[in-house]
Design a protein around this ligand. Sequence first.
Ligand code: SAM
Length: 268
Amino acid sequence: MRISKRRWTASSTPIALQSIPIASGGFGSWEIALRRRMHTAGDLAGLYDHTSKNWARTSRRFRLETAYRDPLFASGVAEALTRPDARVLDCGIGSGSLSLALASITTEAPDYHGIDTSGAMLSAADAELRRAGTVAQLRQSDVRAIPYPDCRFDVVMAAHLLEHLPEPEVALSEMVRVLKPGGILFACMTRRSVFGTFVQLRWRTWMVSERQGIAWLRESGLKDIGVQPIQLGFGAGRASTAFWALKPVGTVGASRNEDVTPLGGPLR
Ligand SMILES: C[S@@+](CC[C@H](N)C(=O)[O-])C[C@H]1O[C@@H](n2cnc3c(N)ncnc32)[C@H](O)[C@@H]1O
């Protein structure tokens, strides 16, 4: 049997910070945990560059735009964008499905911004958004270092991005930083399911439970958390969950408000 040298190379980053838990169990005094190394940001950007040509078609096949509309309404995101000069940031915008879903349910035309590490995905987003008559400012950037000042956006959102990251909390703290007090953070993440397992095997992603997603939002200092399962097309079923929460007004650091409204409850 050949053992790949790379697999056993020591690294300065602790393994728990580069990998996700897949399964764990115990037997007597033994505890066994199976973890998988995640893609680095550079590798992931390369993979998405490669897949960008087909991503818009994949999004349509899974009816992502339609699937995102309900939770965008339920969360109050659409309503928040009726504020004058409203600004929205779509992190990991891909080919633009989430922004397109939002544009299709709002009569106002907020100032749209999008970031992604994949340049090819940004080109796809640009083409898709222009086709739908939506203008957005797009920047190639990592969600863990968002190139905007503090308290800039009324809505900061991300669909199927956070589960790609070894430390979603780091990205969330950046997303909260650029959110205005009283603004809404909205995120969709793949949940445990047959489809979720397929995605995990293909992309090395987390499968995020409601409990885990809520904990991440709470630890980011957000309040009034709402959760709603998302039904995807092409037989994927309820393979994803939408989470949303408010950035408390006048709060510095973590919020102590632990209000949680699970399963599609109202935001406010
Ligand atoms: C599963 S796709 C989702 C795309 C889109 N949000 C949607 O719902 O169709 C994930 C996207 O996140 C981007 N991405 C991955 N890691 C990122 C990072 N660290 N910062 C910003 N974007 C990232 C990928 O390039 C890809 O476009």
